[in-house]
Design a protein around this ligand. Sequence first.
Ligand SMILES: [Fe+2]
Length: 185
Amino acid sequence: MLCKKLHHAAFRCKDAGATTRFYTEVLGLKFAHAMGEDHVPSTGQYSPHVHIFFEMEDGSSIAFFECPRDAGNVKDLESPDWIQHFAFEVDSVDTLLKAKADMEAKGIAVVGPTNHDDFILSIYFFDPSGHRLELTTRTCPPERLKEFEREAPRVLEVWEKTHDWSQREQVFGASTGYARGGKAA
Ligand SMILES: [Fe+2]
């Protein structure tokens, strides 16, 4: 494959200091790099900013720009809050539930855990800029992953025909929820 793994995904933040405290103290990420620029390196555009990187165990990062002189919003305010988000994988359901309890003890509102099709189990919360974050853990065996992969093109095909799930039984076996092969998933 050309693409080996995630290096970083970057978002705009309101406040680099508050962002650094959140990602290091609440989520335990490594504050791995901070770059200060007056001009955007790729375009040369004038925009004094700081670009900060927070690294996960596998070396991948979530990154932010604080760029106070630029127009626009810190996040997409037109779309519903739940759409744009960034998900971190954790190692188990126990870790997920402990993270939820730890964050709630710090006064952070947490939604979930939410089961997504017996594929992953997730919790959700917001960072200091209002970006939605997810902690998730895998809850299905490898053979099930193969089934999901086989099913995916058919799911897309039905979606492209209808743009709603009025015909969801065709792929998921039930008019609500999931009941593939006649047995509830
Ligand atoms: Fe997600």
